[in-house]
Write a protein that binds this ligand. Structure first.
Ligand SMILES: Cc1cc2nc3c(=O)[nH]c(=O)nc-3n(C[C@H](O)[C@H](O)[C@H](O)COP(=O)(O)OP(=O)(O)OC[C@H]3O[C@@H](n4cnc5c(N)ncnc54)[C@H](O)[C@@H]3O)c2cc1C
Length: 630
């Protein structure tokens, strides 16, 4: 079994010779279901597909166990009602819809709220060691936008436990794992997807993965921005692969800027400070010592939000009669409040605001021990990276690019995109979170929809034949991938650096398509991105294909340029402010905006085509749930 889990070159055969002076062969591997991405969504999909009895390949461009999911801290949202028995799927559904400001795919939100508890219990049965309540059940913590304590967690290392458990479980199912190949293009036979073309990062050799069905589980796009909590893998590959293969992207304007990233020292700027800090009683203050979050609480949340610090504190300590503190309002709102404080000159010395958990020593004995127990990673992160003891001093924090709500449009039940045979799950897919994701709802998304994607991809593969991969497609993909080397040979002295273009792209996105957006700046961004597209044609990379980071960056750039253009175009089109999309020139929500999604697809001439689409009417029983929870 273990051999099979780590088998790299099974059933391979050699293909054409692409270039005499470069590594020439490609290898073909064949599966029923190919899962691209080994984070929570990919692992869960692979487990389900494998359990259905089909042959499954799993690819990750980093090492197994290193996917971005491993970084997740706060927990998995699921209405288990272990800590507060008033919780149930209906409250979770209503919270998710309110958080997403009602542009969510309501069916996905319903399935997610209903199925998350079962997925968490299943994870426990597979060996996940969650923190416990006094009577031995899975402990749940408070998080922004969730009415009741809902996040099942393992200290602040929940993602690590999730990945470990899924890997341990998957190892027994005969899934074939390929570490470090990067998929560059999807291969099609007519309308349907039939494979993926990629290269292995270590040797630079090409690989063709032939498969009856493909699940994309490649995560997010954070590396399109300069300041981000995201790992190096987050270059929007899945969104771009799907788009170029003919799938639709929706909601790309909705990018989540997490309110609390580290801002000092500069080398660690953007690293996440979990919302769990606020869930455990942490407060936000400006340089005047004011808890600024108490001003400007949005109407939709007023009745659920504490109106004084004492009530907020009681909430974090489990008082069921207290309402949550305003620090636990949704991320979009908290991030904007922080930006306003900084702009008004009330920021911290390094350009953020203060997040203080040390103050809880005024309330409880052994506060330092409690903080270290509940937030061990945060304690070590600040000690080691900023030489700051969070049990004694406040942290300095500011917004950081964290998550994209938009992505590949999928069917709610099956997770199939508009391209037959192409499925997507996890952060790469869109719909569940609407305009703003609640913390904890990503890990549950991975489990619920990862499982569904695996199940339906396996079903699709059983019902279809393999299709055909044409040599011409593979050759075209290989030539395109090698262009940066060809450019360097043709004109060694000129040519663009991939790093410079990546840097310029991140500057554009950070400065012009960031947390506060304006029409004129967005248009400038689009113009800048067009120029970068032109420059990217001249990228040249020197050296050879064996572990060449310049080449990897050049290949990632195609994806970054595609998703950045999609974000900028959708942001221009949505002339209102909603969730993760704030327009300084249209500061309010607009009724029509609440009824539509922006859908992007690749037009036959290669340009990006955009349409507004009405959101289907929500059925009466779901409307009633929302009305009851107001
Ligand atoms: C610091 C931090 C803390 C977080 N905490 C929480 C939390 O507490 N709760 C919560 O719900 N959410 C949290 N999130 C968000 C959550 O972690 C992510 O949204 C989620 O893990 C995404 O999982 P995924 O399976 O979709 O993708 P990932 O885990 O990112 O996996 C993507 C996989 O795709 C592979 N891949 C990508 N491109 C290619 C390619 N071209 N070819 C081959 N393979 C490719 C990668 O190698 C990787 O294996 C947090 C995020 C961060 C950054």
């Amino acid at each position: 079994m273990i051999i099979q889990w780590f088998c790299f070159f099974k059933d391979s055969k050699l293909g054409f010779d692409i270039s005499a002076n470069q590594v020439s062969n490609y290898e073909t591997l064949e599966y029923d279901v190919l899962v691209i991405g080994a984070g929570g969504a990919g692992l869960r999909a692979a487990i389900e597909a494998s359990a259905a009895g089909v042959r499954v390949g799993l690819i990750c461009k980093s090492l197994l166990g290193k996917a971005h999911t491993v970084m997740a801290e706060g927990g998995i949202a699921a209405a288990l009602a272990n800590v507060d028995d008033r919780d149930n799927w209906k409250v979770h559904f209503a919270d998710t819809m309110r958080g997403g400001q009602y542009v969510n795919n309501w069916r996905m939100a319903e399935l997610h709220a209903k199925e998350a508890p079962e997925r968490v219990r299943e994870l426990e049965a597979w060996g996940a060691v969650f923190d416990r309540t006094a009577d031995g059940r899975i402990l749940q913590r408070n998080f922004g936008g969730h009415r009741y304590p809902r996040l099942a967690h393992v200290g602040d290392r929940t993602g690590l436990e999730l990945i470990r458990t899924l890997q341990d479980h998957g190892i027994h199912l005969g899934i074939e794992v390929h570490m470090e190949p990067t998929v560059v293009t999807l291969l099609k036979d007519g309308d349907r997807v039939v494979g993926a073309f990629g290269y292995d990062r270590e040797r630079g050799r090409f690989k063709v993965f032939k498969s009856k069905a493909i699940v994309l589980a490649t995560g997010g796009i954070g590396r399109a921005y300069k300041i981000t909590s995201n790992s190096w893998e987050y270059t929007g590959d899945g969104q771009s692969l799907a788009y170029h293969a003919g799938a639709e992207l929706i909601d790309m304007e909705f990018v989540q800027f997490h309110p609390t990233g580290m801002i000092w020292p500069p080398s660690v700027m953007g690293i996440l400070v979990t919302e769990g800090v606020r869930g455990e009683g942490g407060i936000l203050q400006n340089n005047k010592g004011e808890r600024f979050m108490f001003t400007g609480i949005p109407e939709a949340y007023k009745s659920q939000t504490a109106d004084n610090p004492e009530e907020g504190w009681r909430y974090t300590q489990g008082d069921k009669n207290a309402r949550r503190p305003p620090e636990l309002l949704t991320r979009d709102h908290v991030a904007r409040c922080i930006v306003e404080e900084i702009k008004a000159g009330r920021g911290s010395p390094h350009g953020g605001v203060f997040l203080d958990i040390s103050w809880i020593k005024e309330k409880i004995p052994n506060a330092a021990e409690r903080i270290k127990k509940k937030l061990p990673s945060m304690y070590h992160q600040f000690m080691q990276l900023a030489n700051l003891d969070i049990t004694r001093e406040p942290m300095e924090v500011g917004p950081t690019t964290h998550y994209i709500m938009g992505g590949v449009r999928v069917d709610a039940e099956t997770q199939m995109s508009s391209v037959p045979g192409l499925f997507a799950a996890g952060e790469v897919a869109a719909g569940l979170h609407g305009s703003n994701r609640l913390g904890g709802n990503s890990l549950s998304d991975l489990l619920v929809f990862g499982k569904r994607a695996g199940e339906f991809a396996a079903k699709f593969s059983k019902e279809s034949n393999g299709g055909r991969i044409s040599d011409a497609q593979v050759e075209g993909s290989a030539r395109e991938a090698l262009e940066p080397f060809d450019n360097a040979l043709k004109s060694p002295a000129s040519g663009e650096s991939p790093y410079q273009i990546q840097h310029d792209l991140q500057e554009i996105m950070q400065n012009l398509v960031g947390i506060v957006r304006r029409e004129e700046e967005l248009i400038r961004a689009l113009d800048g991105l067009n120029k970068l597209q032109e420059r990217a044609r001249n990228i040249s990379v020197h050296g050879h294909r064996e572990y060449n980071p310049g080449w990897h960056t050049a290949i990632d750039l195609k994806h970054l340029l595609t998703v950045s253009e999609a974000i900028a175009r959708a942001a221009i089109e949505r002339k209102e402010s909603r969730g993760g999309h704030f327009r300084d020139d249209f500061r309010n929500k607009d009724a029509a905006g609440g009824k539509m999604n922006i859908v992007l697809s690749k037009a036959p001439d290669g340009s990006m085509h955009l349409v507004r689409e009405q959101i289907p009417e929500m059925p009466e029983h779901l409307k009633q749930i929302i009305a009851q929870m107001e």
